[in-house]
Design a binder for this molecule. Structure first.
Ligand SMILES: [Zn+2]
Ligand SMILES: [Zn+2]
Ligand SMILES: [Zn+2]
Ligand SMILES: [Zn+2]
Length: 550
């Protein structure tokens, strides 16, 4: 018996037999695979309280797991109906009422046809993914198509191709409307008299030779003209069949292969299953997490108990996927962590929060600095000796906590918990703001007092009125006065904000220099924070009050 070239459901020569399944062998995980993961951890701990060289792989416990995936293929017909005028013979001719039976017969024939199935098989297996993980996709099979046609006498004209012309009653010609069948019309030159009067007496009309009639210009004396309604056809052409009397109905039946994919992951470790589910289907293979092998022919029949075949499928493909999964034992100085490693991409999972532990002393300093009090600047600088915290503090000087959070998450993908990240961000931000809160508050108060002095002079001593009149003239004064108000309020607000930021800059210069943000005179100015808001509010209130008073 020849080996089946592919796996067909219910195929005649796929004898059920007691298959001697060879057990899948135990394959240990190559420790070299873990080196990539170790390198990532080393890169993260550098500068964060641990020497990269003290991160060491002590052991790898695990194996390469094998599991099965099944792609089921269901052949579904697609019927495209059409109707044309005329009789065509470009398909299998049937009676119109036979169409359903004909389509059924065709589909049941092709769905089991070895040639067709072979084509589907080849189409699937020659795909780049070999059909692994392909779910909910339709693969067109334009090679497998059949056209059925049926001829029908046109129901509108009953096969006649048209109806008798109402104008000429099928005679194709009608009596000339100009001469009413006379063939001639009255002569215009002699007004039908046949003679023309001249000074020398009456002479015979030269135009009609004395007959008083001239040839009809419409029928040229023929008395009949071609029927304009039917263009001389004698009948009105049927629109339903373009005058052909017949229509051809057609049914083009094509086949598409619809795929469903099932992975059997029941007996795998839960952490491995969660990676498989996260990456999903085809990407497992294409992204290199798993190694895939299509099982075909007799071998597939032997493994049929591992296949999850969708009901009603015509074809199925079985794949074996291999994925390593191991627990790593990693020494990190005095600590040790045991994360899981899955797939050939050595993805680390269930990683203990080792970064939280490493950064803990720095985080405590930040919390103390955030609480305020003496030595806050020193505590901030001490915490910044950890690379992660230093980068975070430098980030907070310039950007919003939200953006710094994003950068932290992107840089430290392993072992840094979200709760810890949020806490150090909050403490860092508070510590930096507190550092200059008092100087900023003083600067705000000074700016408000200065603004009050300005406004008092401006509004109470008539400077506003005379300024407006001298610039815009007396006519526009009332309107433009408000523009001047807005201008001065903005000017005072901006000047005050600058004063607050400059004062804060001076106050936090030690810390900013210590963080290495920029040295010397090039320090970026800190954000004004809440005192900035209060300043704007105060200026606007003052301006409003003085305008009302004035
Ligand atoms: Zn017709
Ligand atoms: Zn006619
Ligand atoms: Zn005449
Ligand atoms: Zn005529």
């Amino acid at each position: 018996m020849a080996l089946p070239p592919f796996t067909i459901i219910g195929s005649a020569d796929a004898e059920p037999e007691e298959t001697a399944q060879q057990p899948i062998q135990y394959v240990p995980v190559d420790p070299a695979l873990a080196e990539g993961a170790i390198a990532r951890i080393r890169k993260q701990v550098q500068g964060n309280g641990l020497k990269p060289s003290s991160v060491e792989l002590r052991g790898v416990t695990g194996q390469v797991f094998s599991f099965f995936g099944t792609t089921s293929v269901k052949l579904t017909p697609k019927i495209q109906e059409g109707k044309r005028a005329g009789r065509f013979a470009d398909g299998q001719i049937i009676q119109p009422q036979q169409i359903e039976g004909a389509v059924q017969e065709f589909i049941s024939k092709v769905a089991t046809d070895r040639g067709v199935l072979g084509l589907v098989h080849e189409t699937v297996l020659t795909r780049k993914d070999q059909g692994f993980g392909v779910s909910g996709e339709t693969i067109a099979l334009p090679q497998v198509a059949r056209t059925f046609i049926a001829h029908e006498a046109c129901p509108k004209c009953r096969g006649g191709g048209g109806t008798v012309c109402h104008n000429c009653h099928g005679q194709m010609r009608i009596t000339c409307y100009r001469c009413h069948g006379q063939g001639g019309v009255s002569c215009v030159t002699c007004q039908s008299r046949g003679q023309i009067l001249t000074p020398q007496g009456p002479v015979t009309c030269h135009a009609c030779a004395g007959r008083g009639l001239s040839a009809c210009p419409v029928c040229q004396g023929q008395r009949m003209i071609m029927c304009p309604e039917c263009q001389g056809q004698g009948k009105k052409i049927c629109e339903g069949c373009a005058g052909q009397g017949w229509t051809t109905r057609s049914w083009v039946v094509t086949l598409t292969a619809e795929t469903t994919f099932r992975l059997r992951t029941q007996n795998l470790p839960p952490a491995l299953v969660s990676l498989i589910e996260r990456v999903g289907g085809a990407k497992l293979a294409s992204d290199g997490h798993a190694q895939i092998q299509a099982i075909t022919g007799r071998e597939a029949e032997q493994w049929i108990s591992e296949a999850d075949i969708q009901q009603g499928s015509s074809l199925w493909f079985l794949y074996r996927a291999d994925m390593p999964f191991a627990e790593l034992d990693i020494a990190m100085g005095k600590m040790a962590i045991k994360p899981k490693m899955a797939g050939f991409k050595a993805r680390l999972m269930e990683v203990p929060d080792f970064m939280d532990m490493l950064l803990k002393p720095g985080a405590q300093n930040l919390a103390a600095a955030a609480a305020g009090g003496a030595g806050a600047a020193q505590k901030i600088l001490e915490s910044s000796r950890y690379r992660a915290l230093g980068d975070m503090l430098r980030g907070l000087v310039r950007a919003s906590p939200k953006r710094v959070h994003k950068a932290m998450v992107e840089t430290y993908t392993l072992g840094l918990s979200d709760a810890f990240t949020k806490r150090i961000l909050k403490d860092g931000n508070t510590a930096l703001l507190r550092l200059s809160l008092w100087p900023r508050t003083v600067a705000m108060a000074a700016a408000l007092v200065a603004s009050l002095g300005f406004y008092a002079a401006f509004y109470l001593y008539g400077i506003r009125a005379s300024l407006v009149t001298s610039i815009f003239g007396a006519n526009n004064a009332s309107w433009m006065a408000y523009a001047v108000d807005v201008f001065f309020a903005a000017l005072l607000g901006m000047a005050g904000t600058y004063a607050i930021r400059a004062t804060a800059g001076r106050a936090s210069a030690t810390v900013l220099e210590g963080l290495g943000v920029v040295s010397g005179t090039n320090l970026p100015l800190p954000k004004p924070g809440a005192p900035g808001l209060w300043l704007w509010l105060g200026i606007l209130l003052m301006a409003g009050a003085f305008i009302m008073l004035g």
